[in-house]
Every structure is written in structure tokens, then in C-alpha cells.
Design a binder for this molecule. Sequence first.
Ligand code: PGA
Length: 257
Amino acid sequence: MGRRQIFAGNWKMFKTYNEAVELAKGLSAGLNKAGGREYVLFPPSVYLKDLSSLCAATPFVTGAQNMYFENQGAFTGEISPVMVKDCGAGFVLIGHSERRHIFHETDENVNRKVITALFHNIQPMICVGELIEEREKGETSAVLNRQIRGAFSGIEKEAVSTISIAYEPVWAIGTGKVATPEMAEDAHIVIRKIIHELYGDEVSNSIPILYGGSVKPDNIEGLYKMPDIDGVLVGGASLEVKSFLDIINVNFNKSSS
Ligand code: PGA
């Protein structure tokens, strides 16, 4: 069925400039380039321009970890979609759980950012996921419904082809508590069903849905083998050359499965 397969590393607020350059060089030197995979690095935005230049000759593309939804203005500390583009980034993470929970981003903020990214031809990777309390109360589907419907509000079917979704249960991010492949697959099916309700067969069959949350070399294979998991968004394990290569070089080919 040929969905896009995306392997992404979110470096969060880690690395000095020299360390970031070394990491990118080490990754491009060790990549196996399995057929049809896409690779995205989300470095801190101050390194975005240099990392984009460095990655230009490699299979990696860059993305911003966040951006504001205005093109310019008196918004101290923010970066705009125009700047993201200007730095050579192709993607932007929108609504990462750390943005939602530490910086109080709402579903409405997320929606405005998605619309802005699409307008500027930056591919939005929308992050969604429930808190542990929400999962324990059986609210996972309700949370995913609210987040997905909020993020896609007012966006026409014709506009969604460059959007990807990352399902990242908040309780699994940076905690070492990974969702089992079955739990992740169940949530991906819920997300695909919501997308189906919004946009129908074609979009729901083709939209890439990535899993994120304590993805490591020893759990990637089990997760990636699940039929609705179209790649991964990796935090901690993307900060070292070896662990990220062991993930992105995982020896399982979706397109031939
Ligand atoms: P983690 O982070 O892999 O360190 O759990 C994932 C993310 O926040 O995208």
C-alpha cells in the first residue's frame, strides 16, 4: 500500500554546535539507506541552517521543533515559518507534548501552526498522545479525537497530503516506559479511524503515523513490524550515533511485507 515511512530524531534542547555537527556527520556516514525510508533530524533551531546545509548532500532532511504562526512581528523569542523555510528545513514538529504540557500550547495553537506550515510548504508532523491518568481512566480515544480534530480543524482534504502524525503517549516520553507494540498499534488504528471519519479512505490509508516514546534499538523491530506504524519519532536514543543508527537501519522492510 506504500505509505511513506519516516524515521525522525528530535534532539530537543541538547547538544552544542560542534556536537550537533558530529552527530549529523556520524549518522550520514553510517546510514544503510533502506529502500523508501525518509529520515528527518529536528535539531535546536539555532543550528537549523548549518545542519540543513550539512544534510543537503545526504538522505537526511531537517525540521524545526516548533515555530510560531505569524510570519513576523513583535514576538520575542519565537521563530517564524518564513525563518524555518529560510534555514532550509522541510518539516516542523507541531504540538509536541513538551510544548503542550510545559508551554501550555492548546489544540487551537496547534491548528493555527498546522495551517501556517501548510501555507509555507513546510511539512507538519503533528504530535498527539494521552497522559497516564487519561489512559488509566479509559480516555485515550477521547483525547486522540480531541487532539486530531482540533489539529485538522478547517483543513481541506486537498491540503493534508504532506501532513504526518506522531502518536506519542506522554507517559512513554523520556521515561523508558515504551508502549507495547500492540498498545501502539491500537492507538494508531484509532487515529487512522478518526482521519477516515474526517477525510475518507484515500487519506486515512496514506497518512503516515509514527510512534514515539522511549523508542530504543531493542524495541524498534517489534514496534515497526506493526502494520499501522509507519516510522518512529525518537528523542533520547537519537542523541547518539550508534543508538540512532541501530534504530533507523532496522532490518525490516515494510514495502516488501
Ligand atoms: P523519547 O522522546 O524517545 O526520549 O521518549 C520522544 C519524543 O519526545 O519525541
